[in-house]
Design a protein around this ligand. Sequence first.
Ligand code: DGP
Length: 126
Amino acid sequence: MPYEYDDQNIFAKILRCEIPNDTVMETDFTLAFRDITPAAPEHILVIPKGSYVNYDHFATDATDAEILDFTRVVGAITHTIKAAPNGGGNGYRLITNAGHDGVQDVPHMHMHIIAGRRLGRMIQPA
Ligand code: DGP
């Protein structure tokens, strides 16, 4: 079944500059900005500018150029925030939530980059 994109979601409004954001990096295809409710000292959201609902939608329908650009931006930010281990950083976590079980709140594809403190185990036991 094809995805239906809701263009009234909060990240669509950010992309249309209808609400402000704290931009970290922007390219032709990708926008990265600080999460409004940070879970750690560094919490950045990376979103494609295209209308994709979640990761599997993006991975299936985005162009190679969009996917390459998105991936490069995520990688670059790990260095910008000095979290990349090869630059002496202490590491980071990437999370992309999808759908009900993934507890996705905003239906526009986004990657969380979280860093700046020890994050603990990824998933708590049920
Ligand atoms: P998720 O649960 O994966 O859909 O995460 C959505 C994230 O979006 C959550 O960490 C809070 C963040 N968020 C929600 N509204 C806004 C907003 O208006 N501005 C910013 N910068 N972040 C937002």
